[in-house]
Design a protein around this ligand. Structure first.
Ligand code: ADP
Ligand code: MG
Length: 623
């Protein structure tokens, strides 16, 4: 240990760099935020090799004078706040005065800027925190910063950088977030000389969401706006049917034009969705929150990734209630048609709610967006089928638009039969290990066997069966595919398009015949036979969602398993489907053929047993 001393300023910068600059995307974030703070309405970002080799950010903002340029790379140099009061009412994105000092300490840094074209521009070069050149030169008003060889002088940090594709993905996501926070501003992102994102200036928030994430995503979003007290929020919220995903990936919050996370506000949004979501569903949302800067603390995280609100309870009440009301109104509209929009003023309500709701206009659907089911949903029954086979949902309903519980059910003559005779009867072949008693709430199969009452989760059980079936096919004779009569065009968010293209050949092996179809569109010409009549696009999206989370470096085997799981889930019978006794027997037969019948692929139990002894105890029978 050395003796007690104060750290020198270069060392302080290196330490600070560790907090502010974690990876190329953090550099892009700081530079682009500075450009926004400088009033730019055009921000052009160019990166090489995921930003590891070079990052250039060019803006048409205010620019800096020579003196300002020399000062801005000093630690704690900022033009954004100067008093304690300012700190608690921050309106700019930056305010800590750390970023440029930190970035220039760990890279080769070049700043070119001009505040007044009649005076001319100025260029400053710094390498690893040491100034190497100052030049006067002609430059249009604005600023350009070029960062080369990030972390070249801190190899320990450089080692932590991920693969180019991962770093690139992070930058892409980040630029999209910034672009959503400020739809008025043009953002262009170029990676390895290819323009990957170009969002024009002057877009509305809804247009930006559509251009940034694709029409397919925007289609199921409801535009919602509400203002009350010191709070206004507006944005696009996933319609409870169709606008949800299996993960939280498509959720973005903005506070006074800053993208940030905030737990209490996220919770309020989930409360707004209460009773409208099914288990494991997460709403898509892009929500702008505007509130008095005094009510918001942005100084709780070094990279400002998180904010705190002063009065979470009030915000929760306002947000969750307004959201729930408007989401319910949107659902009603979907089923009962357009009704006159609710106006608080008309209703004589004391609170001056400004409520404005509308669905994003439905873009024309690509032809064959879903496939007409041609065959029953398809689990095999080993016993001869007496009752009519159950049919999947009406072909005129897009599966994405209706939640499972509202799907049309065919009438069953015998939805619940509690007959001992039938219950004890085994299948024709006498193979079933359990005798079926009946179906409970169109969700559970009641059966008996081995001296127990057995409850089987019909969806989980069928999912398990399907999973094994698909895996067996894949590693055995190969996945059976069926060409689509009308190829389906699937539109993906750009970031998912990249993910898909990386695995095109593997998708092929899995039975999906996919090919790029221009822009963010992909043409699906064949699907695994098991998914016939199902929305294969939904399966693909769900897999990509998951993949984006375990990262591209994830093992191929993980990817395959993910696809098996999603295919199994989507092709399995649902909760809410009435089953005939024959169908239930068929399901149990197939389940019995599996070694691992206890858990569905998600790890949920497939069946639970209550032994007679256990029941006797419950009934206080003395045995
Ligand atoms: P902060 O943004 O917290 O103030 P930075 O280190 O990011 O700290 O920037 C320091 C200062 O440099 C800013 O306060 C601003 O005055 C100036 N600056 C940085 N980037 C730009 C830019 N693109 N255009 C104009 N001024 C800039
Ligand atoms: Mg800054």
């Amino acid at each position: 240990m050395t003796s007690l001393h104060l750290l020198d300023s270069h060392l302080i910068d290196l330490i600070a760099a560790g907090e502010v600059v974690e990876r190329p995307s953090s550099v892009v974030k700081e530079l682009a935020e500075n450009a926004l703070d400088a009033g730019a309405d055009q921000i052009l970002i160019t990166i090489e090799k995921g930003g590891k080799d070079r990052i250039t950010v060019l803006d048409n903002g205010s620019g800096m004078t020579r003196d300002e340029a020399l000062l801005c790379v000093q630690r704690h140099a900022t033009s954004k706040i100067s008093s304690q009061d300012d700190l608690f009412s921050v309106r700019s994105l930056g305010f800590r005065g750390e970023a440029l000092a930190a970035i220039s300490a760990v890279s080769r840094f070049e700043l070119t800027t001009c505040a007044d074209e009649s005076v001319g521009g100025f260029q400053l070069r710094i390498e690893g925190g040491k100034e190497v050149a100052q030049t006067k030169l002609g430059f249009p008003q604005g600023t350009r910063i070029v960062i080369e060889d990030l972390f070249y002088n801190t190899p320990a940090r450089q080692k932590f950088l991920k693969a180019i594709a991962t770093e690139y993905q992070q930058i892409h996501d980040l630029v999209l977030r910034l672009a959503l926070a400020r739809p008025q501003v043009q953002f262009r992102l170029t990676h390895n000389k290819k323009v990957v994102l170009n969002l024009a200036k002057g877009e509305s928030f809804a247009e930006r969401v559509k251009n940034g994430f694709g029409i397919e995503m925007a289609k199921n979003l409801v535009s919602i706006e509400h203002e009350e007290s010191y709070l206004r929020f507006y944005g696009l919220f996933g319609h409870p049917s169709g606008g949800t995903r299996p993960s939280k990936r498509w959720q973005q919050l903005f506070f006074n034009g800053r993208s940030a996370r905030c737990r209490p506000v996220e919770q309020a949004i989930y409360e707004g969705y209460k009773t409208l979501l099914m288990k494991n569903e997460h709403p898509i949302f892009f929500c702008q929150v505007e509130l008095d800067p005094l009510e918001l603390d942005v100084n709780v995280h070094p990279a400002k990734a998180e904010v705190k609100v002063k009065n979470p309870a009030l915000i929760n009440t306002i947000l969750s209630q307004a959201l729930q009301r408007q989401l319910k109104a949107a659902s009603r509209r979907e089923f009962f048609g357009e009704v006159a929009p609710f106006k608080a003023e008309d209703a004589g309500s004391p609170s001056a709610d400004r409520v404005q709701e509308r669905m994003i206009p439905q873009e024309q659907l690509s032809p064959g967006t879903f496939v007409v089911p041609s065959e029953q949903i398809g689990f095999r029954s080993t016993a001869p089928r007496k009752s009519a086979p159950f049919t999947p949902e009406s072909p005129s309903l897009a599966p994405e638009v209706l939640p499972d519980t509202t799907r049309l059910e065919p009438e069953k003559e015998e939805p619940f039969v509690f007959s001992e005779e039938k219950g004890l009867t085994q299948t024709a072949e006498g193979q079933a290990p359990f005798g079926v008693i009946g179906q409970l709430e169109k969700k559970y199969i009641l059966a008996q066997g081995e001296g127990s009452l057995i409850l089987i989760d019909q969806h989980a059980a069928h999912e398990r069966i399907r999973f094994e079936e698909i895996r067996g096919q894949f590693y055995g004779q190969g996945v059976q595919t069926t060409p689509l009569l009308i190829p389906q065009v699937i539109e993906l968010p750009p970031q998912d398009g990249l993910l898909l293209e990386q695995h095109l050949e593997h998708w092929q092996k899995l039975g999906f015949d996919l090919a790029p179809f221009g822009g963010n569109d992909y043409k699906l010409s064949a699907v695994p036979t098991l998914l016939q009549g199902q929305d294969a696009g939904q399966v693909i999206r769900a897999v990509l969602d998951e993949m984006s989370q375990f990262g591209r470096s994830g093992k191929l085997e993980l990817f395959f398993n993910e696809v098996f799981e999603k295919m199994a889930c989507h092709s399995a019978i649902r909760a809410g489907q009435a089953l005939s006794l024959e169908e239930m027997r068929g399901l149990i037969d197939q389940l019995a053929g599996l070694d691992l019948l206890i858990h569905c692929p998600h790890g949920r139990p497939v069946l639970v047993k209550f032994g007679v002894a256990e029941l006797d105890k419950k009934f206080k029978r003395i045995v």
